[in-house]
Design a protein around this ligand. Structure first.
Ligand SMILES: [Zn+2]
Length: 298
């Protein structure tokens, strides 16, 4: 479970993904935090506005639904305007099966149940894409590409995979947006997420005996139980080196190959760096932070 981004972190993450950002006056303190929780956050919800010139509407909201109605608005030309920082009235309630598939980053996203016990406004970031949603209004390439970058930026910040991104219609039967394939959209987000574009974490290449470079393979998450078995392995060494590279290493010697309490303290620093707190930053590796750490295959 992750702590939401601050306004500055949000803007920085989007700009790092190559987006053009506009800031609506007042957006940094514009939210619905007074009526409910904001965070921990678990995912990203994509919407279409079902209208045109919706920027002021998604900022201010309507008489029956006060704004902000999302965190960012995306114009046809690809400009992202920040309109909300905190809880926003974008998602409403979600079905538990749909919400859980997003939280666990399931590769399949089931049709939402009719019962909707989850307050998704407290748990998700929302993007409103300017589009009539009638199936014929196009999403210009610049706009679609910006939507992919927006979702990828949020996932990259939190160490999430593209399966943390769902369409509004995938969370609740009440909605039909967005009017494009979310499977294709997730595949496009996944493509952006690897190889990483942030400086210092770019995919490294190694030379084989033939001189042909091949990309580094990352070690899959071995499961939370693995670390509690006090392992001694090349994987622990590789993990420790990555923690050191990320500025989270607490080692006086090593790292590796024996898992020790220092590994746990180092990993806890990495979890905090990724926005986790409390028991989610206890130093026992989890799938999300492991994926974000990109430990080379030992
Ligand atoms: Zn929607």
């Amino acid at each position: 479970m992750a702590t939401p981004m601050t306004a500055d972190q949000f803007v920085k993450a989007l700009e790092a993904e190559g987006l053009t950002i506009s800031e609506h006056a007042g957006w940094r303190t514009h939210n619905r935090n007074g009526v409910g929780a904001w965070g921990p956050v678990n995912g990203v919800v994509i919407h279409h506005t079902a209208g045109s010139n919706s920027l002021e509407l998604v900022y201010a909201g309507r008489s029956d639904l006060p704004g902000p109605l999302c965190h960012s608005h995306l114009a046809k030309n690809g400009t992202v305007t920040m309109v909300g920082n905190g809880r926003a009235n974008h998602a409403g309630s979600f079905a538990a099966n749909a919400f859980n598939a997003m939280v666990t980053e399931s590769s399949t996203h089931p049709r939402p149940d009719s019962a909707e016990p989850v307050d998704a406004n407290s748990r998700t970031y929302g993007l409103e894409i300017e589009n009539l949603g009638n199936g014929t209004d196009p999403y210009p390439a610049a706009q679609y590409d910006a939507a992919v970058r927006w979702a990828a930026a949020v996932c990259r910040f939190h160490g999430w995979s593209a399966d943390s991104v769902i369409g509004h219609a995938e969370g609740t039967r009440r909605k039909v947006d967005p009017s494009f394939s979310m499977s294709t959209f997730r595949a496009d987000v996944a493509k952006r997420l690897k190889p990483p574009t942030t400086p210092g974490t770019a995919t490294k290449t190694t030379s084989t005996s033939t001189g042909k470079p091949k990309p580094v393979q990352y070690a899959p998450f071995p499961g939370a139980a693995y670390f509690k078995k006090n392992p001694r392995s090349a994987l622990i060494t590789a993990m420790g080196r990555r923690l050191v590279a990320e500025g989270c290493g607490k080692y006086k010697s090593g790292p590796g190959p024996q898992w020790t309490e220092v590994d746990r303290l180092s990993y806890a620093a990495w979890q905090r760096k990724r926005g986790f707190s409390g028991t989610s930053a206890d130093g026992w590796p989890g799938a999300q932070t492991w994926a974000a750490l990109r430990v080379p295959k030992a």
